[in-house]
Design a protein around this ligand. Structure first.
Ligand code: SF4
Length: 193
């Protein structure tokens, strides 16, 4: 039996999502293009690929390709051959794309959440993250969580460096910005953050 409060919470999340999406058209991008643009801004250098984006959005490569072509034509993203593997494409954000995200409609939802109950935000994030993780686990999906929440993340391995943290899985140095980026390889740590 699902508690009434949980059902009410699910309806509220659904309603908030619709409200947030209703103002997205104002920016001249459709919802898929907004989601792709946000992904490129938030993903780390190991994850900014069309394949990872397709997995993140639960979409096909063909659909993602159309979305990326549109974003490229509008001057928001770049697609370049990867320095590590010339057969792969790495996505990047242009100055115009970054400017677009400064007016991202989702920020209105974030501002309202912050104004509502600022002390409860951390708890809310943990709760939503846990719910997302449970649903993705059931569907064999990837969490794409923030790097610092990953079990492979090693904090302050080299504190004098501009990349003080380390990825134990990929054996790569990580900056402070990297630690907050989302990653296709992220696996939730059992420790609290
Ligand atoms: S520590 Fe985890 S999330 Fe961070 S780069 Fe490595 S695999 Fe990705």
């Amino acid at each position: 039996m699902i508690p009434e409060a949980a059902i009410e919470a699910a309806h509220l999340i659904d309603r908030l999502d619709r409200l947030a999406r209703s103002s997205e058209a104002a920016g001249g991008l459709n919802p898929a293009q907004w989601e792709a643009l946000r992904f490129v801004a938030r993903a780390n250098r190991f994850s900014r690929t069309p394949a990872a984006l397709a997995e993140y959005l639960g979409s096909t490569r063909g659909t993602i390709s159309q979305t990326l072509i549109a974003l490229e034509q509008k001057g928001h993203v770049t697609r370049e051959a990867s320095a590590r593997d010339r057969r792969s494409v790495v996505l990047g954000l242009t100055a115009r794309g970054r400017g677009m995200l400064r007016d991202d409609p989702i920020l209105e939802l974030a501002a309202n959440l912050a104004a509502s109950q600022p002390d409860a935000l951390d708890t809310l994030v943990e709760m939503l993250r846990g719910t997302l993780h449970a649903m993705l686990t059931r569907n064999a999906g990837r969490a794409f969580g923030a790097c610092y929440t990953c079990r492979h993340f090693r904090r302050d391995v080299d504190v004098e460096s501009a990349t003080p943290h380390h990825c134990a899985l990929l054996d790569e140095p990580l900056s402070e910005d990297d630690s907050r980026a989302i990653c296709i390889e992220q696996e939730a740590s059992t420790q609290n953050h």
